[in-house]
Design a protein around this ligand. Structure first.
Ligand SMILES: Cc1cc2nc3c(=O)[nH]c(=O)nc-3n(C[C@H](O)[C@H](O)[C@H](O)COP(=O)(O)OP(=O)(O)OC[C@H]3O[C@@H](n4cnc5c(N)ncnc54)[C@H](O)[C@@H]3O)c2cc1C
Length: 408
């Protein structure tokens, strides 16, 4: 299976005519994993993105390869928790270079997270109750085994084999691997044909792509593309307001829980000047969408200070940013239970729901595409990322300016 091309004029435009088995629209974690799975199984697949790769959710993500515990805090592991647990195990293999997808180039920030409670005993009991159904069980640790930054915490502390990656480095590994198959461009139209679809793309170079399958993997952009493709999959946005704290801080990875609620989830990265930035989500990020930015900063800092009483935050800088999760619409507006892939003729709309689920989603989509594709001889012509792979910024590289506040 492959890709074929020749150049021709379409009405007033001069566009490269491309023929491919599959076109993926969007190069976040979903699109790039799908591209990789397709190419590795011999499908002539291409990808188009209108922005730097990962713009939207993936480069704003905390990069936690959730092992299911987050969904099992109430004490039992449902299908979503078990699926996340399976997915996290697959990631572990890939990060070691196995499972047919060598991700050894991805920056792993930690191979474990911590869980501690701030209120009722029920939270910890719940997590322990769920452990039998999950591959990665949380383990209670003795006081002397706690990291320094958890010494001020009263009550139990659990260690969890939950890996955290730099999501941008993951996109980079996949994008560099397939750079010749990716172009920057804006999809103008998706027209269904008897045996696939014709997609018009504008940009520095214009293209008209004829593909047997079109995968809509553009996150929030899917709302428009699903409409263009005549599929009209209903989408919901669930907003978040994330907190960032930067200073002379320890590298912290973990969740402070309160009953079945994740009060704060903190992940960290080291800056070029050796300072550490904390990226904070969890319940504060849900609550923060209803607040003014300055109120949110005060509230978020108070929550973090109370979750980690032993870590002085004085002199740190704080920042915040808002971002939407893009998902299929649910009847109650809550998180959909599983990764989403729905075919409508030649077009498949996908939302992974969680970064950790993207490889499983990619496998499922790939199996379907292989069933649909007619073998097309590979030729050159798709521009590829001639100027190199351009990735979206992480939030702390661009989101401090208007919200610099000194803590006490
Ligand atoms: C703050 C936050 C923290 C999170 N933390 C975690 C976590 O720790 N662990 C976890 O498992 N999940 C996490 N998630 C969820 C996870 O990040 C998302 O489920 C996942 O990144 C979605 O990936 P995606 O590829 O579908 O979409 P996106 O990452 O939004 O990518 C969409 C892509 O489509 C492109 N695009 C958009 N519009 C167009 C257009 N018009 N034409 C062409 N291309 C277009 C964009 O440029 C982008 O490359 C988090 C999400 C958020 C918001």
């Amino acid at each position: 299976m492959g890709v074929s091309t020749h150049t021709a004029s379409i009405s007033s435009m001069s566009a490269a005519q491309i023929s491919a088995d599959a076109l993926v629209i969007g190069g976040g974690v979903a699109g790039l994993f799908i591209l990789d799975a397709l190419v590795e199984s011999g499908v002539g697949a291409l990808l188009v993105d209108a922005h730097p790769l990962g713009t939207g959710q993936t480069t704003n993500s905390q990069g936690i390869l959730h092992a299911g515990v987050k969904y099992a805090l109430a004490g039992s592991a449902g299908d979503d928790a078990v699926e996340a647990s399976e997915a996290a195990a697959l990631w572990s293999e890939m990060l070691r270079g196995g499972a047919g997808n060598d991700l050894r180039g991805v920056r792993v920030l930690t191979d474990h997270c911590w869980l501690w409670r701030s209120a009722s005993w029920a939270g910890v009991a719940g997590m322990l109750g769920a452990r039998l159904a999950l591959r990665t069980a949380p383990v209670a640790v003795a006081d002397h085994e706690r990291p320094e930054w958890l010494r001020g915490v009263k009550g139990d502390v659990l260690k969890l084999g939950e890996t955290v990656i730099d999501p941008r480095s993951m996109l980079q590994v996949l994008a560099v691997r397939h750079a010749a198959r990716i172009v920057r461009g804006d999809v103008q139209s998706i027209e269904r044909l008897a045996n696939g679809a014709s997609i018009a793309i504008s940009g520095t170079q214009e293209y008209r792509v004829s593909a047997s399958s079109v995968i809509l993997a553009a996150g929030a952009g899917n709302e428009r593309f699903s409409e263009l493709a005549g599929a009209s999959e209903p989408m919901q946005r669930r907003p978040l307001r994330q907190l960032m704290i930067r200073g002379s801080l320890p590298m912290v990875f973990g969740h402070c829980i309160d009953g079945a609620r994740t009060r704060v989830t903190i992940t960290s990265d080291r800056m070029p000047d050796d300072s550490v930035v904390w990226h904070v989500g969890g319940q504060i990020a849900e609550d923060g969408v209803r607040m003014e930015a300055s109120d949110f900063l005060r509230y978020g800092l108070a929550e973090v200070a109370s979750a980690l009483p032993g870590v002085p935050l004085g002199g740190c800088e704080v920042g915040e940013y808002a971002v939407d999760r893009a998902e299929p619409r649910t009847s109650d507006g809550r998180r959909p239970p599983r990764a989403f892939a729905k075919w409508n003729g030649p077009c498949c709309t996908v939302w992974p729901i969680k970064l950790v689920l993207a490889p499983l989603l990619a496998k499922a989509v790939c199996a379907h595409v292989r069933g649909r594709s007619s073998s097309r001889a590979p030729t050159n012509g798709w521009g590829g990322l001639r100027d190199g792979v351009k990735m979206a910024e992480r939030p702390w590289e661009s989101q401090w300016n208007s919200q610099r506040v000194e803590t006490r």
